[in-house]
Design a protein around this ligand. Structure first.
Ligand code: URC
Length: 322
């Protein structure tokens, strides 16, 4: 999260071949590819259809750096080739989980093109729910539509895979963009204020955030990725909200990130590291003092949710090797 040093940074990404014509410089992170390739799969089982949609970013790092140093494109696997391969791969293997798609496609790129040193895939599912699947009332309640779907916005299931020629691929699971709010058991007190504070201590507040989590698997085989993703999601949500009646005290977004990470590492030995970032979308009670007196309703709070500026708390928790 946030800027890290650029100069002589991340030696794992440094170009292996120095530029013979420019000995004073060294190339750091590099690569190229295609962003935002949308692939939609419709499966027809007679009248019952099902749909799956992925958004894919494909990047590569080539063994040589001719395209940079020598203006020679002969090693480049065009980004349009990468894009078309995504569609061909979908046709051949089908869309199941982002993880399976990314693992098999990175393997294909590495095996097919000997100049590819590293293949990176980022895959996000743009999930669709069948009409009726989530309906708790109305016409579609209890009726599963054969061929009509609505976008599911319950948080995005995704992954990132980095595959090189040596060793097993790096697999990161991702869960982005689920907005959650809790309206009790969320104090924020005791922090440094000096004479610059505006809020003061809050014994309780409306705590609203988006869950953004990335985690690294220590193995990539024998994992049912859908089930594991749902389990991570559930553990994060449980640690934020707690028992349905009693809830759980969350003292800051920083603490929320940490307790969620601990819950995941404790329950899921196949995950070796997790990073969570949580914005804090303030919901200040609206200030009615300028307006003619209104009889306040003791049990109603009118607030003004603000997306920006927003606070942000984040942390990464790694499992220590034993
Ligand atoms: O959860 C929070 N963490 C903070 O660091 C912070 N700072 C602040 O003003 N409000 C909050 N809330």
């Amino acid at each position: 999260m946030f800027t890290r040093q650029l100069h002589n940074a991340d030696t794992s990404k440094v170009a292996k071949i120095p530029d013979p014509r420019s000995p004073n410089y060294r190339m750091g992170d590099y690569g190229y590819g295609k962003q935002g390739v949308r692939v939609f799969q419709l499966k027809k089982d007679g009248p019952i259809h099902s749909v799956t949609e992925f958004k894919v970013n494909s990047h590569m790092r080539l063994r040589t750096h001719k395209e940079y140093y020598e203006a020679d494109n002969t090693d480049i696997i065009g980004s349009d080739v990468q894009e078309n391969t995504i569609y061909v791969h979908a046709q051949r293997h089908g869309l199941r989980t982002p993880e399976e798609f990314a693992l098999t496609l990175t393997q294909y790129f590495i095996e097919t093109y000997e100049q590819v040193e590293e293949s990176n895939l980022i895959v996000e599912e743009l999930a669709w729910d069948r009409f009726g699947e989530q309906e708790h009332q109305g016409y579609y309640k209890g009726k599963q539509h054969n061929h009509a779907f609505m976008r599911n916005s319950n948080g995005t299931h995704g992954c990132e895979v980095v595959r090189t020629r040596q060793g097993s691929p790096l697999l990161i699971g991702t869960f982005y963009g689920l907005r959650v709010v809790k309206t009790a058991r969320a104090p924020f007190t005791g922090y440094v204020k000096g004479d610059m504070f505006s809020e003061g201590d809050m014994d309780d507040r409306i705590l609203c955030t988006d869950i953004n989590a990335r985690w690294q698997y220590s193995k990539v085989v024998d994992i049912d990725f859908k089930t594991h993703w749902l389990k991570v999601r559930d553990l994060i949500l449980q640690s934020f909200a707690g028992d349905p009646e009693k809830g759980v005290i969350i003292t800051s977004v920083q603490y929320a990130a940490y307790v969620a990470e601990r819950a995941v590492l404790e329950a899921m030995p196949e995950i070796c590291s997790i990073s969570i970032s949580l914005p804090n979308y303030k919901h200040f009670p609206f200030d009615f003092s300028r307006f003619p007196p209104i009889e306040p309703k003791a049990n109603v709070i009118i607030a003004n949710p603000a997306d920006t500026p927003m606070g942000l708390g984040y942390a990464q928790l790694d499992r220590l090797e034993k």
